[in-house]
Design a protein around this ligand. Structure first.
Ligand code: PMV
Length: 345
């Protein structure tokens, strides 16, 4: 539930926001300028996979521009603390309370690390929401979420899409009204078929990924297929919006799977090529396709930048799909479409 009344945020008070992760259907891969996307992307926000971040403000003891202590699951995390510090230094003007206050941040994830769930999206999403709320002392309405989306984007591009219920689009596209490179917007016309979408994340490999997403994005500079890829993603986004509003499962499956494979094809064909899929990823994809053919149930797969497989299916087929999952996969995280961020205290 979003808060509606005017609230005063003062020293020694705490503020907590929960922000879900999201899974992209049309992928963002390649950025320009200050964290701006090279193409339009569209994602579905999750429900069970979220980061919860608590901010505590106290009196500043040093003269540092930003006095910050960051804890992830109760442990001090120096590398992410540094990333947040840089982020805060760059966005200083948005958070005037940093002049007088020291900031302690505690985050935890509802999902395991390296699970194939975009943790930077939910982490930066929840941090941006809590900071903005602390800075604003104000009601949380639509412009608040738009601003939160922009601020989250500056920390992690995909975080911009975690601010809304259901499906969100990010990246300027002349055929998509209201779309912007600066922030994501919610897609309002979504057919009932997709508003009940389930996402089972099949754990194939949980080791740390060898190439980070930021390196992956940078490899799109000078990539031989970049220009066509960005055009393709923009066109698929327009098509996906039509499909989401008409309820056409077949076209949804076609776009979703093509996007997953294109993302990985970009990695495999970049200058310093690399592969994040594992043999188990390919085996899972083959099983999903065979099951779809045999059962005529409209399930499909997508991939994030990692080897784990997101299996998307409509709620109406839950029982049969769970029987398929249970007989084929050992470790699974069950999630589904969500309703966006939440202020929890
Ligand atoms: O937000 P970043 O910089 O972690 O990039 C995310 C990129 C993908 O997850 C692979 C695709 C996407 O659109 O979320």
């Amino acid at each position: 539930m979003l808060p509606t009344k005017k609230e005063k945020f003062s020293l020694n008070s705490k503020i907590t926001w929960r922000c879900p992760s999201n899974i992209a259907i049309v992928k963002y891969w390649g950025k320009k300028g200050n964290q701006l996307p090279c193409n339009t992307s569209i994602s579905m926000v999750l429900s069970q996979s979220f980061t919860e971040t608590t901010l505590e403000l106290s009196e500043k003891k040093s003269k540092n521009a930003v006095e910050l202590a960051y804890f992830f699951e109760k442990k001090k995390q120096a590398s992410f603390e540094e990333r947040i510090r840089k982020y805060l230094e760059n966005q200083y003007k948005h958070f005037p309370f940093l002049k007088e206050c020291a900031l302690t941040v505690h985050s935890f994830n509802s999902f395991p690390h390296s699970a194939g769930i975009a943790s930077s999206a939910s982490a930066f999403g929840s941090i941006a929401l809590a900071l903005l709320d602390a800075a604003k002392h104000n009601s949380v309405d639509e412009p608040f979420l738009k601003k939160a989306s922009r601020l989250a984007r500056l920390g992690s591009g995909s975080a911009s899409r975690s601010m809304f219920a259901g499906f969100a689009v990010w990246g300027k596209n002349k055929w998509i009204p209201e779309s912007s490179d600066q922030y994501a917007v919610q897609l309002n016309e979504v057919h009932q078929n997709f508003m009940q979408m389930q996402d089972a994340i099949l754990m194939i490999d949980e080791s740390e990924k060898p190439v980070s997403s930021s390196i992956g994005h940078s490899l799109m500079y000078g990539h031989p297929f970049a220009k066509n890829r960005f055009k393709q993603a923009n066109e698929r986004s327009i098509k996906l919006i039509e499909v989401l509003s008409s309820g056409d499962y077949e076209s949804f499956i076609e776009i979703t799977e093509a996007e997953a494979l294109t993302l990985h094809a970009m990695m495999m064909t970049s200058k310093n090529h690399y592969m994040l899929m594992k043999p188990g990823t390919v085996a899972a994809i083959e099983k999903i396709i065979s099951f779809r053919k045999e059962s005529s149930i409209p399930i499909c797969f997508t991939l994030d930048a990692g080897p784990n497989v997101h299996l998307l299916y409509p709620k109406d087929y839950k029982e049969k799909v769970h029987a398929f999952i249970n007989s084929n996969f050992k470790k699974v995280i069950f999630d589904k479409i969500g309703s966006g961020p939440q202020k929890t205290s």
